[in-house]
Design a protein around this ligand. Structure first.
Ligand code: PXL
Length: 272
């Protein structure tokens, strides 16, 4: 199984490719990468330097086409701009094996706000990519943007059901909606497919950590490709993400990411 993951390299920050690559490798998959940009740090730092790779990406894929390289799965995260989103849609068409699966983490917003580099045009373009993917993994802010729904900090299960309905009506297939909690001490994921939706919840730690969406999506992708069972993969990813946060909360200086590295061996064990 050869996976191509397309997202940025944040040199410091424990997110995107520096998380996806070790996790997918730990899951046992040959992991190929197409960096969308190289940043000094992720964009939650007060300043960052970003070298965009929009013009480089087609040169790399042209070479792969010459070599007749095909991928069994694609997993996309943080992308640089609308042009890259359109290019990723071409990559799905042209570089996949016949049965290739596509996993899209819209990675553009959190806590009711778009990340600094993005605007509503980007969110609009992301809809096209999400509604053609086999699996999408939005958080609630991203799901609101994908459905033109005003973000609500407080919500109930009717609100979440209405979002899932809108996503499905737009063409979403498997939806893993992350960070959904109905009580102050719990959080969880809604796992929705065709007519049914299942909710998996677990305890919520006081501190939210940056980069957990990338950890979640990487583990889900790696695990789903093993079991082909969405619920199992969603639960494994949730439990692993929680373990990573537990491994980080006692280190207040570590605000920019989660210490997932020392938890990786337990991921390999749980996959067995
Ligand atoms: O974790 C998502 C992410 C990925 N890459 C970059 C980011 C962020 C979130 O802020 O800034 C560059």
């Amino acid at each position: 199984m050869k996976i191509l993951t397309i997202q940025d390299i944040s040199c410091i920050g424990q997110c995107s490719l520096t998380v996806a690559l070790p996790i997918l490798s730990m899951c046992g998959w040959e992991t190929c990468i197409l960096p969308s940009a190289v940043l000094s740090t992720h964009t939650a730092f007060p300043e960052f330097v970003c070298h965009d790779l929009t013009e480089t990406m087609p040169d790399f894929t042209a070479h792969w086409k010459k070599e007749n390289i095909k991928f069994d799965a694609f997993y996309t995260g943080y992308l640089g701009n609308e042009k890259q989103i359109a290019f990723v849609r071409d990559i799905f068409q042209e570089l996949g094996t016949e049965q290739a699966l596509t996993f899209v983490d819209p990675a553009m917003a959190d806590n009711g706000k778009l990340y600094p580099a993005f605007d509503l045009h980007y969110a609009e373009a992301m809809k096209e990519l999400c509604f053609q993917a086999d699996v999408i993994l939005p958080n609630l802010t991203e799901a609101c943007l994908l459905t033109d729904t005003p973000y609500q900090e407080q919500y109930d299960s009717d609100f979440i059901d209405s979002i899932l309905k809108k996503l499905k009506a737009s063409g979403a297939k498997i939806i893993i909606l992350t960070g959904i909690g109905y009580t102050p001490d719990t959080t969880g994921v809604m796992i929705a497919e065709e007519q049914q939706a299942i909710y998996y919840s677990h305890k919520k730690l006081k501190k939210g950590c940056h980069g957990t969406g990338d950890i979640y999506a990487s583990v889900f992708t790696g695990a789903y490709l093993h079991s082909r069972n969405i619920y199992q993969a969603a639960k494994l990813a949730a439990d692993f993400t929680l373990q990573c946060i537990e491994n980080t909360v006692n280190d207040p200086s570590h605000w920019y990411g989660v210490n997932f590295e020392t938890v990786l061996p337990s991921l390999a064990n749980n996959l067995k």
